[in-house]
Design a protein around this ligand. Structure first.
Ligand code: CP
Ligand code: NVA
Length: 304
């Protein structure tokens, strides 16, 4: 009898307890890496990495993470494999399953990661789709826990586009009891389906179109680009629609104690100012580093 693999397509694929286990393991890996302690827990294992969109953090953190765990990662850019010449995802998935121990994929439509999972006999990890970015959320939660000392009584605000990063973060906040407010312009809200899932997990995100009201007295303010990969044609409309949502010194006057998060890459002068991203309030590079530790923990948990 074969057992079904565990996939990680969004953050609510794991339970609260599983999420805490992964975060604790991430903290242990972070300590191990700092002290040079051996942690080759995936000795001889291979991760396939499909990319249909560019990446700096996801690609490098998964690849170095596998190396540090004693394994290996294979970069599979869409145009380097037959997928780019029309080989179906389901055939790609079944073939890769015969070679590698897990697959991480960054694709456009979320349905495409679901197809990969449906046909895979090894774990599929979502490295970003148009709808979700759960590996980012793992790092975000690890970073909040480090900076705030836990999740209890933390008030976080998402400001800007209700995009893939926002949606997974909203679910992650619900799983950890972070008090979340989501401030977006009208028409850019996170999906109702995601709000329903957050509520089913016990969350109760406040949704608003007022950025000042949202950030007032927040502990953490999180933003991302206004134009995600694949939305380049919407630039003019979006630049207009997001006016007033920039994370800059004017807005942050209303949240004097807040740390500022961004998943990166940032477009300085658009969703965030250069001054704020370079300031002491910015924890964006801790977030970026934590991608490495969180994903190592995720992979070793999925493959154990
Ligand atoms: N935050 C993030 O996923 O960055 P990359 O696009 O560089 O992977
Ligand atoms: N929302 C951004 C995140 C990049 C890591 C995008 O999808 O392009």
């Amino acid at each position: 009898m074969t057992t079904e693999p565990t996939h990680f397509l969004d953050i609510d694929d794991v339970s609260r307890d599983e999420l805490l286990t992964i975060l604790e393991r991430a903290e242990a890996y972070k300590r191990a890496q700092r002290t040079g302690a051996d942690h080759a827990d995936l000795d001889g294992q291979t991760l396939g990495m499909i990319f249909q969109k560019p990446s700096t953090r996801t690609r490098v953190s998964f690849e170095t993470g596998m190396t540090q765990l004693g394994g290996h990662a294979v970069f599979l850019g869409e145009d380097d494999i037959q997928l780019g010449r029309g080989e179906p995802l389901k055939d790609t998935s079944r073939t890769l399953s015969r070679y590698v121990d897990a697959v991480m994929a960054r694709v456009f439509k979320h349905e495409n990661i679901e197809v990969l999972a449906e046909y895979s006999s090894v774990p599929i990890v979502n490295g970003l789709t148009d709808d979700a970015h759960p590996c980012q959320t793992l790092a975000d939660l690890l970073t909040i826990r480090e900076h705030e000392g836990g999740f209890e009584d933390v008030s976080a605000v998402w400001i800007g586009d209700g995009n893939n990063v926002a949606q997974s973060f909203a679910l992650g906040a619900a799983l950890t009891d972070i008090d979340l407010t989501v401030a977006t312009p009208a028409g850019y809200e996170i999906d109702d389906d995601v709000l329903d899932r957050a509520r089913e997990l016990g969350g109760d995100p406040t949704v608003t179109t007022d950025p000042v009201e949202a950030v007032t007295d927040a502990d953490v303010i999180y933003t991302d680009v206004w134009i995600s990969m694949g939305q380049e044609d919407e630039r003019d409309v979006r630049m207009n629609d997001f006016e007033g949502f920039q994370v800059g010194s004017d807005l942050l006057e209303h949240a004097p104690e807040a740390s500022v998060m961004h998943c990166l890459p940032a477009h300085r002068g658009e969703e965030i100012t250069d001054e704020i991203i370079e300031s002491d309030r910015s924890i964006v590079f801790d977030q970026a580093e934590n991608r490495l530790h969180a994903q190592k923990a995720l992979l070793s948990w999925l493959l154990e």
